[in-house]
Design a protein around this ligand. Sequence first.
Ligand SMILES: [Fe+2]
Length: 394
Amino acid sequence: MKRFMLLIVAAVASLVAVADELPKTADIKCGPWVTAVGENEMTIVWTSTSRCMGWVEVAPDDGSSFYAVERPKFYEDFLGRHIVSEVHHIRLTNLKPGTVYRYRLFQQCIDDRGPSPIPLGRVTASNVYTRKPFAVRTFDKSKEEISFTMINDIHGRDDVMDTHTKGIPEAKPDFVVFNGDMASFMGSIADIEKDFMTRASKNFSSDFPIVYVRGNHEARGPGYSEFMNLFPSSTGTPSYSFVHGPAAFVVVDCGEDKPDSDIEYGGTAAYDAYREQIAEWLKKATSTEEFKSAPVKIALMHIPFEKSAGWWGNNELKRLLLPVLNEAGIDVMLSGHNHAYSFREKGSIDGNEFPILVNSNNDRVEVKVTKSAIKLVVKNLEGATIHEHTIKVE
Ligand SMILES: [Fe+2]
């Protein structure tokens, strides 16, 4: 009995010791990336190697050393406290349109298990000494020409991701669209990092914003609820709108493609009701003065509308959303999902009053927009142009 008690005491002591061994320092694990950009705001996201408090210092792009003066600090606060977490999303506000902001990430481990949080170890930060600080530009409604690059249906293929995004810093698009199914399923934050965000971070995402269009595969897996945590939007949902240059954009979430009762969803799907909510949101988003007055209107939606009777999800999207997008005067819709290229001319799929480009899973689309035209250039993995379309805007 005495020996048994000693064993219990030893086991409890070892558990306490393990609990006491909180990491003292945190480093950047993945990121940063930039979402929810507007003319006056943006959100910086990254993950850390351990739970910590994160903040961002911001400097103008004026050629000064980052160390020249004390820089303003931005934290993520909740109910009056700076958040301690492995995932950080710091909202920068009061920014100016079309302006480059340099920024630096900071991390401080905190032991907040007791009533009084205790800072641990040293503060770590992104390097602004031997490399250029991260820098990103806000959107600007007065810009006459804008550009963006779109990829989709990567399904965790790192080589495809690398090929299509390594040239982003030279091409300098205004933003990069992830049009869904970047991973095959959302297992965990670590899976999402491994599947595409580690590569995106290495290649471009600290300096070029991501516009993320959720695909049906991002709705799968236990980590699906991390989507908004990792890719915040201006609405707090995967459906949102924004304006940049002459173009107003609606990013429309699709839900899944099969009936809610399909065995693939194990009884968890409730997309019929969800699509109805999206249709209501879309009516409001496309009725604002800002949207209506934009010379160019672009819809980004992972699942395209089909001509013939498609799967349940496609049919429902067509029934609920196509009339709204027609009414909104959309000039072009950009989609993925089918893993094959197609270009559906205006009127070719029963009542679509705008063309739809469906990008394959292996190509990228480079887009340039002025108030009078949308130029779409589809490039393959070798960088060769394989399709081109110019859509005149009336
Ligand atoms: Fe898909």
